[in-house]
Write a protein that binds this ligand. Structure first.
Ligand code: PRP
Ligand code: URA
Length: 206
């Protein structure tokens, strides 16, 4: 499972513990999700290639390393992935954003794609945003769609991944997953336990 990186960071763990509290208000839930998303993004891009850019500092003109931000495409999976988008966009201000709306049927747990709006992905690094990977049905659909657009690289940021989900993700050798927790159980309704509950409902107060 060397494509799944469990990010070991005390601030992230502190936020994740807050998310597990069923009494956390929606506004606080979104805030902690945003914190975690940013930490996962920092880790995912830690060793990204930079290019030198000429900058006039207050004293001299010189070349400094910089990221080509518009080579990145964030793809939040609606709904819950939206809660990770803002903080990532604050870090990568010039990133592009594409959208995939995917919903699990609550009885069959089958995921259905009901909206797809992606920019050109060729030569781009795509960063999938979805807090939860339970059966991995939704993210598998997302990766399939994204791969069909031939991006340069695919990264996925996920807060909680179940054990079953992690086994499925390990088969996507060309995708790197940066996650807050991996290996939690799935209950008979397809929810991650202990987990953080229904992330979409908790983010959007429904
Ligand atoms: C949640 C979550 C993931 C999916 C994970 O979305 O945001 O996309 O479930 O489950 P899976 O790994 O078993 O597919 P959901 O389908 O509940 O939609 P929502 O975000 O609109 O609530
Ligand atoms: N989707 C969620 O939002 N939470 C889970 O625990 C499983 C799937």
């Amino acid at each position: 499972m060397d494509n799944i990186i469990v990010v070991n960071n005390s601030i992230l763990l502190n936020s994740l513990t807050k998310l597990r509290d069923k009494n956390l208000k929606s506004s606080q839930f979104r805030k902690e999700v945003s914190n975690i998303a940013k930490i996962l993004l920092f880790e995912a891009l830690r060793n990204e290639e930079t290019e030198m850019r000429k900058i006039q500092t207050p004293f001299v003109e010189s070349d400094f390393p910089s990221l080509n931000e518009d080579e990145y495409v964030l793809v939040p999976i609606l709904r819950a992935g939206l809660s990770m988008m803002e903080s990532c966009l604050k870090v990568l201000e010039d990133a592009k954003v594409g959208f995939l709306a995917i919903k699990r049927d609550e009885t069959t747990l089958e995921s259905k794609v009901y909206y797809e709006r992606l920019p050109h992905l060729e030569e781009k690094t795509v960063i999938i945003l979805d807090p939860m990977v339970a059966t991995a049905g939704s993210i598998t659909k997302a990766i399939g769609i994204i791969e069909s657009h031939n991006p340069k690289k695919i990264i996925s940021l996920n807060i909680v991944v179940s054990k079953v989900g992690a086994e499925k993700l390990s088969k996507f050798k060309n995708v790197k997953f940066y996650v807050g927790s991996a290996g939690e159980d799935l209950n008979d309704k397809g929810y991650i336990v202990p987990g953080i509950g229904d992330a979409g409902d908790r983010c959007f107060n429904t």
